[in-house]
Design a protein around this ligand. Structure first.
Ligand code: ADP
Ligand code: MG
Length: 334
């Protein structure tokens, strides 16, 4: 079932580099992402995919244009404001997983939840629930080196989902995986995207991923040139939409963005995925839009608390670990 527009990019222009090396990486991109859909972003190398993903995920601010996430515009936001919006509403998944090798699967997620400010007592159960939800109940105490690439990517997905963000952005999530693991990851992302409260966008070069897409958007030389819906019309009774289609209709009003108190900011500012993007060898965010650099190892994973939707569970999570309704409503968040 298709949900409301959770993320909108409007007339996005992005210039990267300086002086003679300045590149207009995005030249006016409009893109809207609805809940309940898995969108694939495809295009040649250098066409602006990673730059667009970074802007949609509030890692970079656009040179021109505006991104609206769950109804909140990024316009005029300083890097800290962008970071907050990202932390609360966006989950990232990277090609090379970005797990800490010295931490177990559960600890990798727990760390992200800790930095996010989740109560200590909640962290372990929430991390375990997230791993169960991605089919890794038997790997909770395993280190990344004891897992296959596909399993490591599942941990990274669990970490991204553990914050219950409205938008999941993945940059070539299957590129480092063999066929079987790549298919399993796409099946998982597709399943996640069945939640009308969740929009998933994955950058891909990988033709094996196409069958999972609800929508494929093609980008060339900084512009969206076409899109298609391989499964036919939108999942629900929605009218077909243009790239970047926005809606002012009441029923399309997205839920408001999550907000957080200033008290969390200091911890949270040390946990942004900008470092992960750089480690990933992807587009280097320009200096003005980057988060403050940090050498702290804890800076890389993303802080996302909250359990993964029970609908994702491949094995039923232990009932004793079920969140309270108050938790499910996010009331434990500031
Ligand atoms: P894709 O992910 O589609 O391969 P990118 O978004 O990484 O493309 O890059 C888009 C364009 O911007 C390319 O021409 C790339 O060379 C350029 N670019 C990326 N990062 C920078 C940067 N930090 N400075 C200057 N140009 C950049
Ligand atoms: Mg790229």
């Amino acid at each position: 079932m298709t949900g409301s527009v959770l993320l909108e990019a409007k007339a996005i222009v992005k210039e990267l580099g300086q002086g003679a090396g300045k590149v207009r990486a995005l030249k006016g991109v409009d893109l809207g992402l609805r809940g309940g859909e898995l969108t694939l972003l495809m295009g040649p190398s250098g066409s602006g995919k990673t730059t667009l993903l970074s802007i949609l995920g509030c890692i970079l601010s656009p040179t021109e244009g505006e991104v609206v996430i769950c109804g909140q515009s990024t316009k005029g936001l300083k890097p800290e404001g962008l970071a907050k919006l990202r932390r609360l509403n966006v989950g990232f998944i990277f090609q090379d997983y970005n797990l800490f090798p010295t931490l177990t699967a559960a600890e990798n997620i727990k760390l992200a939840l800790d930095v996010r400010g989740m109560a200590k007592a909640e962290q372990r159960p929430a991390a375990e629930a997230a791993l169960v939800a991605v089919g890794l109940a038997d790997k909770i105490n395993s280190y990344p080196s004891q897992m296959s690439g596909g399993q490591q990517q599942r941990v990274a997905i669990a970490r991204a989902l553990a914050g219950n963000p409205a938008v999941i952005l993945a940059d070539e999530p299957t590129a480092a995986l063999d066929s079987e693991n790549g298919q399993a990851i796409m099946a998982l992302l597709s399943k996640i995207a069945q939640d009308p409260a969740r929009a998933v966008l994955a950058v891909t070069h990988d033709p094996r991923t196409l069958s999972y897409a609800d929508r494929i958007v093609h980008i060339e030389d900084g512009l969206i040139v076409s899109e298609e819906r391989p499964k036919g019309a939108a999942r629900d009774s929605e009218e077909p939409e243009e790239p970047g289609a926005s809606s002012s209709e009441a029923e399309d009003e997205p839920p408001g963005p999550k907000t957080e108190s200033a008290t969390e900011e200091v911890a949270a500012e040390t946990t942004e995925p900008a470092d992960a993007i750089r480690h990933n060898g992807a587009t280097g965010p320009d200096a003005d839009a980057r988060e403050p650099d940090t050498t702290d190892e804890a800076a890389r994973p993303q802080p996302h608390p909250q359990p993964v939707s029970a609908s994702l569970t491949q094995k039923k999570p232990n009932n004793r670990r079920r969140r309270s309704p108050r938790f499910a409503r996010g009331e434990h968040l500031p």
